[in-house]
Design a protein around this ligand. Structure first.
Ligand code: MG
Length: 214
């Protein structure tokens, strides 16, 4: 996380069972939105302050790719990505539903401060390698999400090609690659823990409301 983070792309609706649980249609091309770099906080066991009074805040556990070099057409995702992490794409779900109805952008629902906690980076084992293990999200020691990148609607290669061609992709960019089924709300004091390959990679405790009152 010491490395500079440039752009943060996120893929929506990239796992079929998650698309179904929210009653959405399977997209025909990758659905991309963005978060500002200010959204990132380390999942190092500390508290994460999230908005209170704006409806439900949902967790979405996701594989996060870090782009290690500038994109060129034809490059494989395995050459393009140097490290990966896991992260939570926190979402104000009620706000998102309202925005969707009135056709407004998702910024208010997705891009708020601290909306992108991130575990430490680990080496990227390649597209095949990363699918060799499931990733898990535990809430208060109970598994609430289990995902495997083999179940993605759009592959990692399709995602990086699409983003690069439309928006540009270079060193220091992050991609949140979408969440599997099992999303749900957090409450004040909830402990969230991300694990992959039998190893806990990061955790945080939710604090709803202002972080300034002590
Ligand atoms: Mg997401």
């Amino acid at each position: 996380m010491k490395q500079l983070i440039k752009n943060i792309y996120c893929v929506g609706r990239n796992y079929r069972l998650h698309v179904e649980e929210l009653g959405n249609d399977v997209p025909k091309e990758p659905m991309i939105f963005m978060k500002p770099s200010h959204a990132v906080v380390p999942m190092d066991g500390s508290k994460v302050v999230l908005p209170e009074g704006r409806g439900e805040v949902h967790y979405e556990a996701e594989l996060v790719l870090r782009i290690g070099r500038n994109y060129e057409p034809g490059i494989s995702v395995d050459d393009l990505v140097d490290v990966m992490a896991f992260g939570i794409d926190f979402t104000l779900r009620d706000v998102q539903n309202e925005l969707r109805e009135i056709g407004h952008p998702w910024t208010a629902a997705k891009a708020f401060l601290n909306s992108a906690p991130l575990t430490p980076y680990m080496a990227f084992p390649g597209t095949e390698g990363v699918a060799g293990e499931d990733f898990l999200l535990r809430k208060n020691d109970e598994i609430v999400q289990r995902g495997n990148t083999a179940n993605m609607i759009f592959s990692l290669q399709q995602i990086v090609d699409f983003i690069a061609e439309r928006y540009g992709l270079g060193e220091g960019d992050l991609i949140f690659t979408g969440t599997p089924e099992g999303v749900g709300p957090v409450a004040d004091g909830d402990k969230l823990e991300l694990a992959y390959g039998g190893r806990v990679l990061g955790s945080c405790t939710v604090q709803l409301g202002s972080g300034s009152n002590s």
